[in-house]
Design a binder for this molecule. Sequence first.
Ligand SMILES: Cc1ncc(COP(=O)(O)O)c(C=O)c1O
Length: 418
Amino acid sequence: MKLSQLAETLIGSEIVKLGNAISERVRNGEKIYNFTIGDFDPNIFPIPKELEDEIIKAYKNHYTNYPPADGIVELRSAVSSFLKDWEGLDYASNEILIASGGRPLIYTIFKTIVDEGDKVIYATPSWNNNHYVHMTEGVHCKIEATPENNFMPLASDIAPHIAGATLICLCSPQNPTGTTLQKDELAKICDLVLEENKKRGDNEKKLYVMYDQMYWTLTYASTVHYNPVSLRAEMKEYTVFVDGISKAFAATGVRVGWSLGPAFIINKMKAILSHLGAWAPMAEQKATANFLHQKESIQKYLTHFKSEVEERLRKIFEGFIDLKNSGFAVDAVSPQAAIYLTVKFELTGKKTNNGKVLEKQSDVTDYLLSEGKLAVVPFYAFGADKESPWYRLSVGTCKKEEINEMFGKLEEALNKLY
Ligand SMILES: Cc1ncc(COP(=O)(O)O)c(C=O)c1O
């Protein structure tokens, strides 16, 4: 049956396809080191106990009715204080919108700003921008980011495309790369946006930045998180943030996210969101509001959580560098943030021990899965070139004791290639 143009042309998710292949193997009894999931195993990374207690308390207090369309005022004001205290951002309650996680906010930002045919600039690899541009019938303006820049876009990459653009999607720390925008580069991007907007007339649509900082609390070692508004105050007029508790508190299934932006945009987003009904549940809003004020608990939680994630990222990074130093055609980018590591398998052209040549990158992905029992997501799934040898490795479900085992299997599989 013929359905809508949108439904008929949706871009299939490569991650879902890979997930099915993994499930099939697991069903057949194979042990797979599955590092494809951009989520947390709650047995390894539970949500903060204080947040859990607050959620239970809220349900016991029967907070089960509809929340207000923009979120309960206690939560908007808790988000406002939290971001002031922890990130130095100044947003009033009427510049904050609550929703059930980051996704409905991103969709709503697109629906609020982007018309059919509008140019949307985003880097590849990046998480899901291609889908949102498709769903709003925008024009994709993809910037291929390079390993030399830790797969983050540069201002000079964006500059040639900025005339006539409607939205720039930036994400830092970035999914899938686990890397961040550098201060100078982000400042240069902000200057481009400000300069462009000065040229536009009062009746013209301005150029906006969607700044997805879902992972901003998860930075490691000397990595610092920057945002457009702290670097250039004038950017407040043109920036809409996407943020929430999904990654900061390993609370992906709790479904509380927030956007910050100019009140006139937030108001329109609220109106659109009210038709979607994608609000965060009332009880979770109450609970998150109470939790965000508990500074000591948050600090304690983040210190432990971050050190556990970082330890896994570092161990796996070092393992890849050891393999590289032993002459294998692999590589990795030093982890900076989030729960992801960027790794490389440059194995096309090699032969397996039954004489089959790994002709395409998808053969490499299959070989890693079948022989190495290792599942990672090709950057191709994030809009990069089909033949890109780079992959996302997520540690959200990684048990520490599996790391050595995984490297043992991987080295065995690499050794079989010639
Ligand atoms: C960069 C980024 N932004 C937003 C989201 C969406 O988060 P949520 O689970 O709150 O919808 C994700 C989820 O993976 C993400 O990686």
